[in-house]
Design a protein. Structure first.
Length: 308
């Protein structure tokens, strides 16, 4: 009887081997992805089977895809240099629209910037709308050499370091004309930061007052500023918008909030031992399920495994 039991257990082990512990455990890489239609509105009905994730051209195993609501942790980073004198009231109105859309667990920090010596937290992270509205009302314009790269760099750091243990969507919304004059950090240093931090940068670029004149063979100040903002946004997995009227300004402010909140979180599996690798996934539609005029926007950089 005992011999028969041993034989049965031996056969059972052969049929259902216990996986080795070393090297078999799976870790998850998290990707934040914005999916938009031709009108740049969020697409909210993407199915798991429509999406593929590639690493070095090889398909990866998607463990989950979701666009469930999560708290927002974000910065409102506002240009307060002299060129904004005529725009301050419009900017304040747009900021209040964004704050008013905050949900109960959203946390916002308000940052004003002029030059490298004047990048100031006007209101620390808070869930309290009245505190944010008061800080918005107290914004003021002053002269200085605009330090756009510094302002974005420090804003991204601040957002990424705030309550890192909390699952949330993280972003920086920048209101500026896009001019850069005197930053300590270079554009290259900013791009390296954006490659590794899961913080999306969105621009409301007020470029209409910049000169369209250009020297032969050069771009105009308006085009340079626009290109600068588009490149930074793309690197971070965010977007840049350029309103042409006060009405558009308000509409875009609300659209950005909707895009941040409505994005997808895609998790795919990698084997243990690859935690420290730089994962550079590419997310796209499966060829036979590709949607017309729908675009997927993902940060261009390194993704690490999610240890949460």
């Amino acid at each position: 009887m005992i011999q028969d039991l041993k034989l049965f257990l031996f056969i059972l082990c052969l049929a259902f081997p216990v996986p080795a512990q070393t090297g078999m455990q799976l870790k998850s890489v998290k990707i934040s992805a914005i999916v938009i239609d031709e009108a740049k509105k969020p697409v909210k009905d993407i199915r798991r089977e429509e999406i593929i994730v590639l690493e070095k051209g090889e398909p990866q195993t998607i463990s989950s895809i979701s666009n469930e609501n999560q708290p927002l942790i974000y910065a409102l980073t506002v240009d307060n240099s002299g060129s904004f004198q005529k725009l301050l009231e419009l900017v304040q109105h747009a900021l209040k629209l964004i704050v008013d859309e905050n949900e109960i667990d959203d946390e916002t920090v308000l940052i004003r910037f002029v030059d490298s010596e004047k990048i100031e937290v006007a209101q620390e992270f808070t869930k309290e709308k009245p505190l944010l509205i008061e800080a918005v009302d107290n914004l003021f314009v002053e002269g200085g050499q605009t330090a756009l790269f510094d302002a974005i760099y420090l804003s991204v750091e601040k957002v990424s370091q705030h309550k890192p243990e909390v699952n949330s969507r993280r972003a920086v919304i920048v209101m500026t004309d896009g001019e850069e004059r005197d930053s300590y950090y270079s554009e290259g240093q900013l791009r390296k930061l954006l490659e590794k931090e899961d913080v999306q940068v969105f621009f409301i670029g007020i470029v209409e007052l910049l000169s369209k004149e250009r020297a032969p063979g050069e771009s105009s100040p308006k085009q340079i500023a626009r290109n600068r903002m588009e490149k930074i946004a793309q690197k971070s997995g965010g977007m840049a918008f350029f309103p042409k009227s006060p009405k558009e300004f308000g509409e875009i402010s609300l659209k950005i909030k909707e895009l941040i909140r409505g994005q997808y979180v895609i998790n795919y599996s990698v084997r243990a031992g690859r935690e420290k690798e730089c994962h550079k996934p590419k997310v796209e539609f499966a060829k036979d399920l590709k949607r017309k005029d729908v675009k997927i926007i993902v940060r261009d950089g390194c993704f690490s495994t999610n240890e949460k």
